[in-house]
Design a protein around this ligand. Structure first.
Ligand code: NAD
Length: 377
């Protein structure tokens, strides 16, 4: 689809990323319809329209997997951005059926409606995730790129956190992860995100509906649900700090991720809507820069003016990966995407917003849910 979208349906558009996308689309003159179930874990028990959702965004409260509701929502829509999902790696390991229903089955139902052709949709964007890679890409100085990277339970029990080369056992270095890396999801959440990506691309190709899967890395920023202890490292740490508690960090805190500010994710979605160059492709959306999880806690504490050190637990969660940073060559070449917000600038913006928030800290309860099931060792 070339040029600007006229009417966009954002499923999950009352959430963190979707609401920022709604603002950007409305600013461009598009009409925005949001289909969102206002899941209590994200929005609180009252299930009220979030105050941050742009007043010009039309909100339909409903499930993205409900066939009649989706059919109604697609009326006069030319772009669908599918963000609706239950989001939480650890929680997905014990709420298995509900994650598969909210993510895989709901996407199947949405695609069922889109396959019927009685609509005007000309582009489908689906939120995929870096979690589908499992571990990121690694390279051994002696043996070259690792074909697959895996940390055995025995190594983790011995608190050997870093990845070792399976051939020569020397430590392997994390390198940027390209889209060509084999997918190896290590949680139910990640499996459902792979399902969403693959099902959307498959149906898009079969029906000639230009579809783009965007593999978001660790998105952070204003409006991320602070009282939801299952998702968003920066939000979870901020919630702890604002309640005078130390952030809890598994392993040794040196595990790293690619933290991308929500405004850069919005940039990527707008480019994928406007330009045809990424149609039928899956693309990484990150910054290309690795940040240690410990550094997130330290920078946040400093910028919030809290003299609280994180608590390094030296335990590990089943399925957690050590390092994953995006190779953003493909999205840069195809769409001209360039991340604009540095980690430091993004943390400053996040802190300015955090100062007006009063989150409830539910981290300890979420951690104990994993511990009682033996998912923390
Ligand atoms: P979020 O929880 O803030 O937003 C998700 C929204 O979807 C919520 O408003 C929720 O009420 C709604 N929802 C959930 N299930 C639904 C359903 N079945 N029907 C209708 N609405 C439903 O999460 P977010 O961070 O904005 O994530 C948006 C998308 O990006 C998700 O698909 C997520 O998997 C993906 N993603 C996010 C990150 C990240 O770091 N935040 C990283 C990778 C991928």
């Amino acid at each position: 689809m070339n040029g600007m979208a006229k009417r966009v349906l954002i499923t999950g558009g009352a959430g963190f990323i979707g609401s920022h996308l709604a603002d950007a689309l409305l600013a461009e003159g598009a009409k925005v319809r949001v289909l969102d179930a206002l899941v209590p874990q994200v929005h609180g028990a009252g299930r009220k329209r979030p105050s941050y959702l742009h007043p010009k965004a039309e909100l339909i409260v409903g499930d993205a997997g409900n066939l009649p509701v989706v059919t109604r929502c697609l009326k006069n829509v030319d772009v669908v951005v599918h963000f609706a999902a239950a989001v939480g790696v650890g929680q997905s390991m014990y709420e298995i059926a509900s994650y598969v229903a909210s993510n895989t089955q709901a996407t199947a139902n949405l695609l069922q409606v889109l396959s019927r052709k009685k609509h005007k949709v000309r582009k489908l964007i689906v939120a995929s995730s870096m979690s589908i890679y499992g571990e990121g890409a690694y390279r051994c100085a002696r043996c070259g790129p690792l074909a697959s990277a895996f940390r055995a339970d025995a190594s983790l029990m011995a608190k050997q956190w870093e990845m070792a080369c399976p051939s020569c056992s020397t430590p392997a270095a994390a390198v940027p992860t390209p889209e060509t890396k084999a997918l190896d999801p290590s949680s139910i959440y990640a499996i459902t995100k792979r399902d969403q990506e693959e099902m959307c691309l498959c149906v898009g190709r079969a029906y000639g509906l230009p579809t783009v899967a965007l593999r978001f890395f660790n998105v952070y920023g204003e409006r991320q649900a602070l009282s939801n202890p299952y998702t968003g490292v920066a939000a979870i740490f901020a919630s702890r700090l604002l309640n005078g508690q130390p952030p809890l960090i598994y392993e040794d805190g040196r595990q790293s991720r690619d933290f991308v500010h929500v405004s850069d994710v919005v940039q990527a979605v707008l480019l994928a809507i406007r330009k045809p160059d990424a149609d039928y492709q899956a693309l990484n959306v990150g910054t290309g820069r690795a940040t240690a999880v410990n550094d997130v806690a330290v920078v946040l504490a400093k910028s919030l003016g809290r003299a609280i050190q994180p608590k390094i637990l030296k335990t590990f969660r089943a399925g957690d990966i050590r390092h994953c940073v995006a190779d953003i060559t493909k999205i840069t070449d195809r769409l001209g995407y360039r991340p604009q917000v540095s980690f430091e600038e993004g943390m400053t913006r996040l802190t300015a917003w955090l100062c007006s928030q009063k989150p409830k800290d539910r981290t300890a309860r979420a951690a104990s849910q994993l511990t009682v099931r033996g998912l923390v060792r």
